[in-house]
Design a protein around this ligand. Structure first.
Ligand code: AMP
Length: 280
């Protein structure tokens, strides 16, 4: 009896669609946390929020090839499956779904997703096809899992924004954002941080602190665009980084028109070949 109870409480590891259907077909209040693995405390915070808001929580680990616009980036993306499984067991996740690429892409052709002009900003401008890949894969996952709620990080705010609009338009599922978890030095936790050496990790922290301060200075400053320009060139010089974008956007619709509305400062940059994104 005791062992049966332990077995029932254990995290179920699922690899096949048929097993997924069997395991969750009766679940009505499922929380879903999609990830690409190499898990850290940022992912753990999403899991914990899902566990609080939903009866059961399903995490997926899937490094989605179609959202990488660069083959080498896909190849070198950090993968730590055994560590991740232990990590999620400790968090007492109910289901872990680890499908193969064939499982997700062989079965059905989904409608082609095309971003409109107003959506081709920030990362969408610099990573061609990236969000089309993200939306397509989350469409496939949502149609398989039919979760009540999906939890995503504010760290990838543009991703959250596009996914929420797309999923809530097409499903009954609600998409929630969870705040960015940072390290002591203010770097946003990210799987890609493991690709940085100690010195560059320290640099990333100093850059984050400067951007947190910049955000404070931008508030109530009519000439904020000049201020951003100045800080941008000083960051490039000081840290030898390549900045793809550093810009403010309206928090509700991502328009460049702030209109005295709450806004976010978005950044994407390369530090020694590693692409990092953040927002403040
Ligand atoms: P990824 O595995 O990088 O695809 O991320 C999976 C989910 O975790 C996404 O919704 C991310 O926005 C979220 N996430 C990543 N890093 C953080 C963080 N530092 N704090 C909160 N959420 C995060």
């Amino acid at each position: 009896m005791f062992y049966l109870l332990i077995l029932l409480l254990q995290m179920k590891l699922i690899r096949q669609i048929a097993d997924l259907n069997k395991a969750i077909n009766k679940e009505k209040e499922l929380g879903f946390v999609p990830t690409m693995g190499s898990l850290h405390k940022g992912h753990a915070s999403l899991v914990n929020i899902s566990k609080k808001k939903c009866k059961k929580t399903l995490v997926s680990i899937f490094v989605n090839p179609t959202q990488f616009n660069n083959k080498n980036d896909f190849k070198t993306y950090p993968r730590n499956l055994n560590k991740d499984i232990k990590f999620l067991k400790k968090l007492k996740v109910d289901y872990l779904y680890i499908p193969s690429v064939d499982q997700i892409y062989n079965n059905k052709q989904s409608n082609k997703i095309i971003l409109n002009k107003s959506q081709r900003i920030l990362c969408a401008k610099f990573r061609k096809g990236h969000f089309e890949g993200v939306l397509d894969v989350l469409n496939r996952f949502t149609s398989l899992i039919r979760p009540k709620k999906i939890f995503m990080g504010e760290k990838d705010f543009q991703q959250f924004f596009l996914v929420r609009n797309f999923i809530e338009k097409n499903y009954k599922t609600k998409v929630f954002s969870c705040k960015t978890i940072r390290d002591m030095n203010q770097v946003a936790l990210s799987s890609r941080n493991s690709l940085l050496n100690k010195q560059n990790y320290k640099k990333a922290g100093m850059i984050a602190i400067q951007l947190i301060n910049l955000k404070k200075l931008i508030k109530n400053n009519a000439k904020y665009k000049n201020l951003i320009k100045k800080i941008k060139s000083s960051l490039i010089k000081e840290f030898n980084i390549n900045i793809e974008y550093l810009e403010c956007r309206n928090q509700f619709n991502l328009s460049a028109n702030l209109n005295n509305k709450p806004f976010k400062l978005f950044v994407a940059y390369y530090l020694n070949g590693v692409r990092l994104i953040d927002n403040f």
